[in-house]
Write a protein that binds this ligand. Structure first.
Ligand code: ATP
Ligand code: AMP
Ligand code: MG
Length: 193
């Protein structure tokens, strides 16, 4: 049976989406259920490499129209994925030089057609620390006040995704060193545990 659940996982950069998603997938696999997770940014990056983009964190510096093409292309590819549990790791908004740009505009939401929308949050100071610790990424290093503004902006974009899709919205706090606790809340919401 395909697509029992199609969850979209969102949250500001460095909050711990990919870490929590990996934990969720690990647990679903242990139950011998068919699960796939996909990082939206990775699907975009595969295409962006053809344009000479060298790193995933360069994409948000491209002109919006270039990013939009990559975004729609990724949404169409992900829409074709069929598995019992599909988890899409992505962003409500992208911090571009023109301002906060929606990661989930209506056409992307329609293509992804989620059953669940899950926002990962954490304390602003923990997010600042997580961004600084993560040497493999070129994250925007901003202070706690700006991280707080990003969290507020994410919440305001979140309500629109619920209205457009009719999917339930779950907000999960990814507490420092409590990844399993965050993963368990998601697993419960998806009916796995
Ligand atoms: P991006 O949107 O930029 O891809 P992300 O939300 O996927 O970021 P991760 O890459 O999963 O974030 O995590 C950022 C950093 O925070 C990583 O170094 C990860 O190990 C760490 N981290 C994630 N969750 C926790 C947690 N609960 N406690 C401590 N460290 C954490
Ligand atoms: P990530 O690894 O999740 O940080 O994704 C890498 C990059 O992919 C982000 O910084 C964005 O530039 C891009 N990206 C991810 N999701 C989306 C989305 N839904 N819409 C537009 N760009 C996205
Ligand atoms: Mg990530």
């Amino acid at each position: 049976m395909a697509n029992i659940k199609r969850a979209i996982m969102v949250g500001i950069p460095g909050v711990g989406k990919t870490t929590v998603v990996n934990k969720v997938v690990e647990t679903i696999k242990k139950k011998n259920l068919a699960v796939e997770s996909i990082i939206f940014g990775t699907v975009m990056f595969e295409e962006a490499k053809k344009l000479g983009i060298k790193h995933r964190d360069e994409m948000r510096k491209l002109p919006i129209e270039e990013q939009r093409k990559l975004q729609i292309n990724a949404a169409e590819k992900i829409a074709k994925m069929e598995t019992d549990f599909l988890i899409v790791d992505t962003h409500l908004m992208i911090n571009t030089k023109e301002g906060y740009w929606p990661g989930l505009p209506i056409e992307v939401l329609r293509a992804l057609s989620p059953s669940n929308i899950i926002l990962i949050e954490a304390l602003p100071n923990e997010i600042v620390q997580r961004r600084m610790r993560d040497s493999g990424r070129y994250r925007d290093l901003i202070d706690e006040a700006e991280v707080t503004r990003e969290i507020e902006m994410a919440r305001s974009m979140l309500s629109a995704t619920g209205i457009i899709t009719g999917a339930p919205i779950l907000i999960v706090i990814n507490r420092e060193n409590h990844i399993e606790e965050a993963a368990n809340q998601i697993l419960k919401a998806l009916g796995v545990i």
